[in-house]
Write a protein that binds this ligand. Structure first.
Ligand code: AHM
Ligand code: MG
Length: 313
């Protein structure tokens, strides 16, 4: 542990922290490259045209939607990192093989700009990243060697885990990420809840679960952005996010590879839990890149209760 409780952490930057955790050089490099890429993504989010992909701007240049632009920014960085074998992105239909590095030590699945439609209404969005050793991306999330997200809100923050605790860094005026919270821990039971999807399409079990949460006095906290919603639950240490199966969408909305696995890894490493209503998210064996699953993620007791309501109904 590098930070001391109650003391200012602003001298500890991301690279130093990773090294202090004993992370190997290639993974330190990879995580720092993604952090570098996020500086360009936040610049695009803050100042870019809110254009639609395929249209032209005033000067006749092709405009890229922010999610497409963010994808290119991150992919380019990964390709040139020299340590990446395969890349999967929510914006790409197929796995991208880095030809110059067919045996690279790591592979990365990422959602470059989750919740990108929220930029139009100036709400927070984020990048979500999942990292595996070797070239196989279709593995259960439990085999991730690292996961992280970058939240583009009023401030930019980065939360990562390499399986030894969960740590938050905040971008300073020089665009450096400095440690702000180390070893984030979740409480067993929560007092906020973020329910995604249409409630009139919830199953009976989910409806009863929501009534249970309301009866226990949980407050509704839902922004419609997975990254800020999870960030709130993780940092406050008490809450639950769900995007359940809906009538007509039995697998919910969120994707296992790009959204659920990395968040489940972070939440489990902070002492929380994540389930699809039957098994832990991290034990799902993915069959395809765009596989989706229902999700209940957050404080352990709340997730257990959600699973009970599923099984009873
Ligand atoms: P996206 O990957 O297309 O941006 O969708 C993911 C987002 C999440 O951020 C959020 O939790 C969820 O979709 C909300 O979906 P909806 O408002 O459609 O129910
Ligand atoms: Mg997404």
């Amino acid at each position: 542990m590098l930070g001391e409780p109650g003391k200012s952490h602003f001298q500890i930057d991301l690279r130093r922290h990773l090294r202090g955790e004993g992370v190997d050089d290639a993974l330190v490099h990879l995580i720092c490259e993604i952090a570098e890429a996020s500086k360009y993504v936040i610049n695009a989010v803050r100042t870019g045209d809110l254009g639609v992909a395929g249209t032209s701007n005033l000067y006749g240049e092709e405009q890229l939607a922010l999610d497409v632009l963010s994808d290119r920014i991150i992919r380019k960085r990964l390709i040139h990192s020299g340590v990446v074998c395969n890349i999967a992105s929510e914006e790409m239909e197929e796995i991208f093989q880095v030809r110059s590095n067919l045996k690279g030590p790591y592979s990365v699945a990422y959602d470059p700009l989750d919740g990108s439609s929220l930029v139009d209404v100036n709400l927070a969005v984020g990048t979500i990243v999942s990292i595996y050793a070797g070239c196989d991306l279709l593995q259960p999330g439990r085999r991730q060697v690292a996961a992280m997200y970058i939240l583009y809100g009023p401030r930019v923050s980065l939360v990562y885990s390499v399986g030894k605790g969960v740590h938050e860094f905040t971008m300073n005026h020089l665009m450096e990420f400095n440690l702000t919270r180390e070893n984030i821990i979740m409480q067993p039971s929560g007092s906020i809840y973020s329910p995604g999807g249409l409630r009139n399409k919830y199953s009976e079990g989910d409806e009863k679960f929501i009534r249970y949460l309301e009866a226990k006095g949980a407050k509704l906290r839902y922004s419609g952005g997975f990254v800020p919603d999870i960030n709130q639950i993780l940092l406050k240490g008490k809450g639950l996010f769900m995007y359940p199966a809906l009538n007509g969408s039995p697998n919910g909305k969120l994707r296992v590879l790009f959204e659920l696995n990395p968040m489940a890894y972070l939440i489990e490493n902070a002492g929380g839990a994540a389930s699809n209503g039957r098994i832990p998210i991290l034990d799902i064996v993915p069959e395809g890149l765009d596989q989706r699953a229902p999700v209940y993620i957050g404080c352990t007791e709340d997730v257990e209760r959600a699973v009970e309501y599923q099984q009873e109904n």
